[in-house]
Ligand binder design. Structure first.
Ligand code: 5GP
Length: 114
C-alpha cells in the first residue's frame, strides 16, 4: 500500500482544511496556490491516482466530481463561465498523484492553455 497523498490526509481530516463541500464520495477545498479568483479542487475520497488508473467502476465517482463542480459553480454564482481541469501525468502538470478536478473561474482563461 503506497503512502497517503496530501489530498487523502485532507479528505480523512488528518490535516485540517476548510471544506467548500463534502459528501460520501468527495471533498472540495480552495487551492493553496490559486490560479484564478476562484480555484477549487474537487477530490474523491477514493484514492484514484489519475485518469489513467481509473477503473470502469470509477466512472460514477468521476461523474460525481463533475456534478459537484457544477453545483459549486451555481452556489458561487460563477455565471460568466468556469473551467474544469484534470491533469494527468508530469507533462500535463500533475503534481499530486490523487485524481482531482480543478474548478477555475473569475477571470478570462486563455485557450489554448499554457
Ligand atoms: P495538480 O498539479 O496535481 O493537477 O494539482 C495539484 C494542486 O494542488 C495544485 O494546484 C496545488 O496548488 C494544490 N495543492 C497542493 N498541496 C495543497 C495543499 O496542501 N492544500 C491545498 N489546498 N492545495 C494544495
Amino acid at each position: 500500500m503506497s503512502a497517503k497523498t496530501i489530498f487523502q490526509k485532507i479528505a480523512d481530516k488528518e490535516i485540517p482544511a476548510k471544506f467548500e463541500h463534502e459528501d460520501e464520495l468527495c471533498v472540495a477545498i480552495r487551492d493553496i496556490n490559486p490560479q484564478a479568483p476562484t480555484h477549487i479542487l474537487i477530490i474523491p475520497r477514493k484514492p484514484i491516482a489519475r485518469v489513467e488508473q481509473m477503473q470502469p467502476e470509477d466512472a460514477a465517482i468521476v461523474g460525481h466530481l463533475v456534478l459537484t463542480a457544477r453545483n459549486l459553480a451555481q452556489k458561487l454564482h460563477l455565471t460568466h463561465g468556469f473551467r474544469l481541469v484534470i491533469n494527468n501525468g508530469r507533462q500535463a502538470g500533475e503534481t499530486v498523484p490523487h485524481l482531482h478536478v480543478h474548478l477555475l473561474a473569475g477571470r478570462d482563461l486563455d485557450w489554448p492553455p499554457g
